[in-house]
Design a protein around this ligand. Structure first.
Ligand code: ZN
Length: 227
């Protein structure tokens, strides 16, 4: 069976870096998703980079405003609203028809710190497609070794959703070689996400469980919300 891989680039845009990532993807005609941080869009030139990515056919997703505290550790409604809404306003018309959101996990960790009940309510009410990850090679903390980690991760799964970073000291230095290897290995690139990585969509919980939400999800997927 052909293995599939979906690439996502988080924590940008970063002027001087995101351009290089876009050029690499272009060379192989690979479409990916850029999960952007709201605050970084306020840096001069960053919005232009997001627009360039959008115009090239990549998807733009919301990756919080400050990328500082996971929702589960600051479970107020005001915090969730600020982190999500302000970033979405900055993304503007580069958003997908069904807006994409990825939570901040603190080094990619998965657990109940990822969401508060208030954040899940907000994502459902505003019909976000909330997207997780299943491969974090660690480009930012392991500048050489992440390459082999990534190859091992994507060959171990039927469909990987890889998190890389378009930041200084992120994936860029080894990205051209990585893409060559993945292409040579016969992996099929997908832009869409593996179904089990989509936590909410169309105003409903798809695969979000208690293990990802501080306080659990009981009562959050009410029938009137999905109507
Ligand atoms: Zn991140």
């Amino acid at each position: 069976m052909t293995r599939r891989v979906t690439l996502s680039f988080d924590n940008g845009p970063t002027p001087g870096i995101t351009e290089g990532v876009l050029d690499c993807l272009d060379r192989h005609a690979i479409k990916a998703t850029f999960f952007v941080i709201g605050q970084k869009l306020r840096v001069p030139g960053a919005v232009d980079l997001m627009r360039r990515a959008h115009a090239a056919g990549h998807w733009i997703g919301n990756h919080t405003l400050t990328h500082s505290v996971p929702f589960g550790e600051q479970p107020t409604e005001a915090f969730a609203r600020g982190e999500i809404d302000e970033t979405e306003a900055l993304i503007g018309d580069c958003a997908c028809p069904e807006k994409l959101f990825r939570p901040y996990g603190r080094e990619g960790r998965i657990g109940s710190h990822l969401f508060s009940r208030a954040s899940v309510s907000h994502l459902l009410d505003h019909r976000y497609r909330t997207v997780l990850w299943n491969a974090v090679p660690g480009d930012w903390r392991d500048p050489v070794g992440w390459f082999d980690t990534c190859l091992a991760q994507v060959t171990a799964r039927d469909w990987s959703l890889v998190v890389l970073h378009d930041i200084t000291n992120g994936c860029l230095a080894h990205l051209p070689a990585l893409l060559d290897r993945l292409v040579d290995a016969g992996l099929r690139f997908e832009q869409d996400f593996p179904p089990d990585m989509v936590l909410t969509e169309s105003g409903r919980i798809a695969r979000l469980g208690d293990e990802l939400v501080t306080g659990g999800i009981a009562g959050l997927s009410s029938p009137e919300r999905s109507a």
